[in-house]
Ligand binder design. Structure first.
Ligand SMILES: O=C(O)c1cc(=O)[nH]c(=O)n1[C@@H]1O[C@H](COP(=O)(O)O)[C@@H](O)[C@H]1O
Length: 275
């Protein structure tokens, strides 16, 4: 099933807009996982599997961040193993590979194979800065999702994304171009930081009911109520609201997976309160 349909089904069936971010940092693992040393790849896998299995009931998507795996010897194999586990154990929950790819077409074609065929992700995050031809190898895989950076969550988002181009901020031009010209396959989505709720409202007005990935609640300080009020579609969906550290490190003790499940449930409920 294609990414956008799978996501819409999941929103409806599980009544959740929460995306569980999988950004494993061995320095923050419970002692029993053996944080450092030669078994680090096994620890990355075991930690993320425990978190994913515990939080699955509250998740509309999982989002592993590739850097947290690729930083370690054997980490990419652990990521591949993890996504195979997610696809097997939780087949109704789409997996977003957060890799923020973008390059000339021939190289982008390899990145598309990496994300969709090697890792088996349903969707990938992409940087649109290099333009249409850099996105084409991803866009043409219309069973998979292409989630483009539009207005990011970090303070430096303003440096370029808010510069005015022909009278409008660049992020608005990005939203308009992707919704109007790149989305022929119906497989596009955008990243909008929770820390910019007014910009989120403008973007929702531009893109109709296109799915939006919203990082930045929890550790980065974004406000859930403002996100839901400004970003949800008329049917109360349209959003994948990501939390990574707030769920992963809810506890550093042996009960970390149960604590993560409690944190995920509480954020899911907090989001649903405003829908
Ligand atoms: O593409 C992303 O996921 C992303 C875009 C953005 O603008 N800001 C942002 O924080 N992210 C990612 O979202 C996650 C946020 O993590 P927490 O702040 O721990 O919830 C990290 O994996 C970031 O790499």
């Amino acid at each position: 099933m294609d990414f956008v349909r799978k996501l819409r089904d999941r929103w409806q069936q599980a009544d959740t807009l929460l995306c569980v971010g999988l950004d494993p940092d061995p320095a923050r693992f419970p002692e029993s996982l053996g944080a450092a040393g030669e078994d680090v790849a096994d620890s990355l896998f075991a930690f993320c599997r425990a978190i994913a299995d515990a939080t699955a009931g509250y998740a509309c998507a999982f989002k592993p961040q590739i850097a947290y795996f690729a930083a370690h010897n054997g980490g990419e194999a652990a990521l591949q193993r993890l996504i195979a586990h997610l696809n097997g154990a939780h087949p109704d929950i789409p997996v977003i590979l957060d890799a923020k790819r973008g390059d000339i077409g021939s190289t982008a074609a390899q990145y598309a194979v990496e994300a969709f065929d090697r890792f088996g992700a349903d969707a990938v995050t992409l940087n649109p800065y290099m333009g249409r031809d850099s996105a084409a190898p991803f866009l043409q895989r219309n069973d998979r999702g292409c989630i483009f950076l539009c207005h990011t969550s970090n303070p430096g988002a303003r440096d370029f994304q808010e510069l005015r181009v022909d009278g409008e901020p660049l992020y608005q031009r990005v939203a308009r171009t992707i919704a109007g010209e790149w989305n022929g396959g119906g497989n596009c989505a955008l990243v909008v930081g929770a820390t910019f709720p007014e910009e989120l409202k403008v973007i929702r007005g531009i893109v109709g009911d296109m799915p939006l990935l919203i990082p930045g609640v929890g550790a980065q300080g974004g406000d859930v109520e403002a996100v839901v009020r400004n970003g949800a579609t008329a049917d109360g969906t349209g959003l994948m609201i990501n939390s990574s550290r707030g769920i992963l490190y809810a506890s550093s003790g042996e009960g970390y997976a149960e604590a993560a499940a409690d944190a995920a449930k509480s954020l899911r409920d907090g989001i649903n309160r405003f829908r």
